[in-house]
Design a protein around this ligand. Sequence first.
Ligand code: BGC
Length: 758
Amino acid sequence: MKKINFLGFFLFSYFIATGQNATIKSSIKDVESKVDSVLALMTIQEKVGQLVQYNGSWDLTGPASEMNNKQKEENLKAGKVGAMLNVLSVEATREAQKLVMENSRLKIPLMFGYDVIHGYTTIFPVPLAETASWDLEAMERTAEIAALESAANGINWTFSPMIDVSRDARWGRIMEGSGEDPYLTSKVGVAKIKGYQSEDLSNPQSIAATAKHFAGYGFAEAGRDYNTVNVGDNELHNSILPPFKAAAKAGVATFMNAFNEIDGIPATGHKVLLRDILKKKWNWDGFVVSDWGSIPEMVAHGFARDKSHAAKIALNAGSDMDMEGGAYESSLVDLVKEGEVSQDDINDAVKRVLRVKFKLGLFENPYLYSNPDLLEKIPFEEHTAVARDVARKSIVLLKNEDNLLPIKESVKKIAVIGPLANDKDTPIGNWRAQGEANSAVSLLEGLKNSIDEDVDISYAKGADLAIGERSFLMPLKINETDTSGFAEAIRIASQADLVIMALGEDAFQTGEGRSQVNIGLAGVQQELLKAIHKVNKNIALVLINGRPLEISWASENIPAIVEAWILGSQSGNAIADVLLGDYNPSGKLPVSFPRAVGQEPLYYNQKSTGRPSNPVHVTYSGYTDQKKDALYPFGYGLSYTTFEYGNLKLSKEELIPGNPIEVSVELSNTGDKRGKEIVQLYIRDLVASTTRPVKELKGFKPVILNPGETKTVTFELSEPMLRFYNANETWESEAGKFEVFIGSNSRDLKKATFSLEK
Ligand code: BGC
């Protein structure tokens, strides 16, 4: 991976530490008065400085500033920078902080941000995968661990969670979010924020979180990254904004702009979103950071004439900090002098930044997060155990004909085949922070670690997935032709009792700028699968990937399919736990798997048309050459045991505000293994002032049952759950008839009806 380091230059810059900020500290009591007292001391240049963020090192995710390092260093010393990103390690952050603390007039500490997306050193499943666990506690815990490992390395701010609802498997960044459902995404976002930030941001083991990308990024046209988003108010408020509203309510420290425009207005210059909704309506007091260069990018959008115009638009709209865009630093002071940007708006932006810095405890101790002792105390072994546990909880069993899995004792010869079977790097995924290359437990290693000694395991790669250099920056070159490894794979497969095939995507096939028009098994993988299938039908296909894949052929022909995603450091051990039955799979899909890529965007919570398909007109509102629904729907996932749902019981059929209904169902484990089922609750509002989805997730509960055991699972249905952004342009419920559904996925559900009386 290409690294661009410039922070080495900081190392020579030692200065004698002074008693920083003694006057500021002693004269102030609560955060707001502290913020005001600092603001009162600041010149306009110093204020603008707080709104500037510089890149330090690591991979660039966009065009880098042309400014040289020497100039950046001078600007840091002059207090013209408020935050940095990609400055990694205790030493580097300490040196950068020293430049500010020992040279600038007001000694306002820097914040250090980084993309800690699914772990810092210990790598957890990518967010889409982790969401498949539907285990909010586990997701909070992995964020807490990521925060601890980051904080011990000088980082006090992560650009996570990404809570962009995304419905399009072509979009490479679908792996960074929680899938297609606003309710589930909201829950996961809040769990992540709690984990990163803890109760108290000044706890040196927790870090500031970022709700990103505000807003609409996941709705880019045709899944093309950064592209135009054309949604109206109804979609914006009901499908895109709810996770952001939940994040603001949960006290997330910062928001990040999105690169896209929404209905003609770039999100970075979107006053309605930033000022009217986020800051006024939601009353949120953190700060908004731009996405990398998204302020000057408004020039390319055709929304700003030049950098200065872009700075004016962004600041006036409510974007508080310019990430590596160079627009605020070059123009804001003049714009204020010219009256194009008001002092009040600048003050508001600066106060927001200072507020977060105070909350982080940086004014008390600017080196709070640059403490080498913290690193010594990290319980890496414990973190590894958590990584294995959450990884196995994230696995989704898609198919298991004749109970091919878990692997039976009679199986004595296993052939492990596929380009990803012994790949130690792909499970680390994209956005890997400081996860070491090739450090994951591969599937082959995991199996060997756990399987009985009398089982013979042979391995053949069969084919390469990618050729040449793989990196965050370069598009991947897929192997489309080389099948020279097939013969050996076929040979070992024909002698085995069971074949385990690991196919899917390379780590760098998903992530930023990684959109694809084909979402099948890339390169020669499908050909390999078919060739092996010819000689041995007992195949358990393990998918390692970051987006929903088009796997119709496999779904029809391969008896067992395990969706193992990109699972992180403990990938192979976690998959082995599932294949061997040491963990009974319990994951459920957070996103629909299509039958064909042409169905994208595909999501369960669609609207009905005026001509829904029916037994006579099956192609209505669908296709003539393919079914309309998902191959594997949202919420879907099997277990090694079976669950049966009884009929729904409602405590009453009329819901009155303030007087909830209870809806319950009997759930039985009808198989022969203990297992966990994620019981899901959906509703449908049958008639409303703006049309409502055919189903909407409104609750879920994990239920663990022993074989033969039955439990009653009860949900409360209350009026606030029925609210939506309606024709009055406000969140409210509307009286009328509703359907309520409970079941094991968004397709297989028991139904009842009730009405809301108002
Ligand atoms: C991405 C953000 C990320 C930022 C900083 C951008 O290109 O869109 O999600 O946080 O870079 O690395």
